[in-house]
Design a protein around this ligand. Structure first.
Ligand code: IVH
Length: 672
């Protein structure tokens, strides 16, 4: 290829990727498989490395992050980032209309939008390219978070079309989609980390991360709601949003009723009532509705107060709040020994569900709100997953009540609790002698993503523990059929199943054993990385801090946790015990030899439920044999491995694209 041909190729791939990206992240339409997208991106990366002079400043390769910020630069906003006045009832909104009608003569048109519950940002574009992104800060100046914002796929790096102003700013709200946030928490739970309580705060924290590569993986999303600049080419707010959509921004559309033109307050209120009921069905959090005067000329006539535009107002949904009595504070001990105080409440109805318990988070929280047993407390369900206690009705406090004394010893094993600097929670350090920690560890060990032991479930583990039959993971492998069969309600089949399940589990690959032993912060992904890079457990046990952190994706926190785990005598003993039982503590020959290349060049889509494998096992098998797994069907898909209940839309697509559908047996045939 000539140099010019390479330049053209770079341009062509950049445009293709930009379009696919826009289709997927802004329009929610998938026009390429993940695999093909990654291949194109890789090709572009290689070309750009070869010819950096041809790489676009706003190249799609910039999405993966890489820039590390040491200190966020503070930058003054070109125009202040205002907030909105609040309203809580129809009367409030009618009063808003009365106020502005005194200032304008013409008929008014309103635009209703959702009030996204996220983090406000302002992004400046120059000549169609993303130039700078700032946080709100104090409204006058904010932090320069450009490197992080560039990784967010629904925000264009390069605008489409050519009718955008030379320079303008667009403001919007960044947030975690609900499913992304839930997954994030699931991963944290698996790694034994504290859960994030609230999506908004987490989004805000993510934006302030110093390493943009981590932000790139976090799947933040953004809706835009306000265009600013000199001599904008439109006359109304509505037109500005429409146009912004054409330039490539994610903006609310009428199709999904996310935006509505209204001329009366009754219509405005219909929109409010609709979303007050429907908001649970959105994949992001909203905390109200924003009502804006549409016409720029009218906006100008109406003007601003010091902090808010007078031509717009927010209607806030009520965070549902109820009062109830705090009956008792109990303390839960998690698998990692973390103590969580729990408020046991007089049952009360809140946002459609009966609430009996609420998290009290930690000792500081109890002290800050001065929460005491027998108090009447206010429980609220806001952006948080678990309802929280937001205050105490002091006028109803019993005159003999005393401040809550936080427990000093573990409620289960009575070991003195510790609280390390920087930790919000107290911990029970008795890792191997504290019942909930041990059975929690065993539960984790047998779970589907770890050892996936047939026949063993939570209740059985608890029973085995109580009966002194299994006091740690290794004890499970000492169990005999007779011991199980003697237990109440254990029939022959059940006992046999468990023993067989345990024997089969000895073939579970190293990375899953590593995940299963439950080192704090070593989740599924980290375990995979460790296994791949260190190859066996002894290399991990003997690794220094430096060696650990030099491994891919292992940071200080994880490395320290690993070191600490193996510096405990009983943990090393446990590993030796498990080794003696024949569990896998090194990569298998196959894995070492990088498996086979039998499936090289084939792209598989896996769909449905299988009888011989779990879906993950099947995917691993494909990858180990050199094949690729893709999430969506395209013309390039070689085979769809279909189990029971394959989704009807996938089936239709497969038929349309004439991709072969095979079952798991046919797949095994191909393999052999
Ligand atoms: S317009 C001058 N529209 O709510 C008008 N703001 O409480 C500026 N917000 O600071 C804001 N959704 O961070 C607007 N559809 C929407 C919004 C929205 C959420 C946020 C924004 C603002 C805050 C005010």
């Amino acid at each position: 290829m000539t140099k010019e041909a390479k330049r053209l190729k770079i341009e062509e791939i950049s445009n293709q990727l930009r379009t696919h990206n826009h289709n997927y992240y802004v329009l929610s339409e998938s026009t390429i498989s993940d695999y093909d997208f990654d291949m194109l991106l890789e090709e572009l990366q290689k070309l750009e490395e070869q010819f950096p002079e041809f790489a676009f400043e706003a190249s799609p390769t910039k999405r993966v992050g890489g820039e590390i910020t040491k200190n966020f630069k503070t930058v003054k906003h070109k125009s202040r980032m205002l907030s909105l006045g609040n309203s809580y009832s129809k009367e409030d909104i009618e009063a808003f209309e009365t106020r502005i009608k005194k200032l304008v003569e013409n008929e008014l048109e309103y635009i209703c939008e959702l009030k996204y519950d996220g983090v406000a940002i302002g992004i400046t574009y120059k000549k169609g390219k993303l130039f700078q992104a700032l946080t709100r800060g104090d409204g006058v100046q904010g932090d320069d978070i450009t490197a992080n914002v560039k990784t967010i796929r629904s925000i264009p790096l390069q605008l489409k079309g050519d009718d955008y102003p030379d320079e303008f700013e667009i403001r919007g709200e960044l947030f975690y989609p609900k499913d992304v946030f839930e997954n994030l928490n699931k991963e944290r739970e698996e790694a034994g980390e504290d859960l994030y309580a609230n999506a908004r705060n987490s989004a805000s924290g993510t934006l302030k991360m110093l390493d943009s590569r981590i932000v790139a993986k976090r799947k933040l999303d953004c809706y835009l709601y306000f265009v600013l600049g000199d001599n904008l080419p439109f006359k109304t707010h509505y037109d500005s949003i429409k146009k912004a959509g054409q330039w490539g921004f994610k903006v609310p559309t009428e199709k999904h009723q996310l935006i509505k033109k209204c001329t009366t307050i009754d219509e405005v209120f219909d929109f409010i009532t609709y979303w007050a009921k429907e908001r649970g069905n959105l994949n992001f959090e909203i905390d109200g509705i924003v009502i804006k005067v549409n016409d720029y000329a009218r906006q100008e006539e109406i003007g601003f107060t010091a902090k808010t535009p007078k031509w717009a107002i927010a209607y806030k949904f009520k965070a549902e709040k109820v009062a109830t009595k705090l009956l008792e504070i109990t303390y839960q001990v998690g698998r990692t020994g973390a103590i969580t105080p729990v408020a046991n409440l007089e049952p009360v109805l809140l946002a459609g569900t009966t609430i009996r318990r609420a998290s009290l988070h930690n000792a500081d929280q109890i002290e800050k709100l001065d929460i005491r047993v027998n108090d009447t407390v206010f429980v609220e369900k806001g952006g948080e997953i678990i309802p929280k206690i937001v205050g105490v009705e002091l006028t109803q406090r019993d005159m003999f009540s005393v401040p809550t004394d936080y427990i000093k010893v573990c409620p289960k094993c009575e070991t003195a609790l510790v609280r390390k600097e920087g930790d919000a929670k107290h911990f029970c350090p008795n890792e191997w002698g504290c019942a909930p920690q041990i059975s929690g560890k065993m539960q984790h060990f047998i779970s589907r993503k770890a050892m996936n032991i047939d026949g063993l479930g939570e209740e059985t583990i608890d029973l085995l523990y109580e009966q002194d039959l299994a006091k740690n993971i290794a004890d499970l492998y000492e169990l005999t059929f007779d011991q199980l069969f003697e237990l109440e309600s254990f029939k022959e089949k059940k006992s046999k199943n468990i023993i067989e399940g345990l024997i089969t589990s000895k073939q579970i690959p190293f990375e899953r054993v590593l995940y299963g032993i439950g080192i704090r912060f070593v989740g599924e992904t980290v375990a995979k990385k460790l296994a791949k890079q260190f190859k066996n457990i002894d290399n991990i046990i003997n690794a220094s801090l430096e060696e650990l952190v030099s491994a891919d994706e292992i940071g200080d926190k994880i490395a320290e946790s690993i070191l600490q785990f193996f510096s405990t005598e009983s943990n090393v003993e446990l590993i030796n015990n498990l080794k003696a039982h024949g569990l896998q503590f090194e990569l298998s020959e196959d894995q070492l030899a990088n498996s086979t290349t039998k499936l090289e060049g084939f792209i598989f889509v896996v769909s449905g439920v299988f009888s011989k494998f779990s879906r993950d096992e099947l995917k691993n098998l494909i990858e180990q044999n050199g094949g690729k797994v893709s999430g969506s069907i395209s013309k390039k898909t070689s085979y769809i491995v279909a189990g029971e209940n394959m989704g009807p839309s996938k089936l239709a697509k497969a038929e349309k694209l004439e991709v072969s559908i095979i079952n798991e047996d046919q797949f095994l045939d191909i393999l052999s």
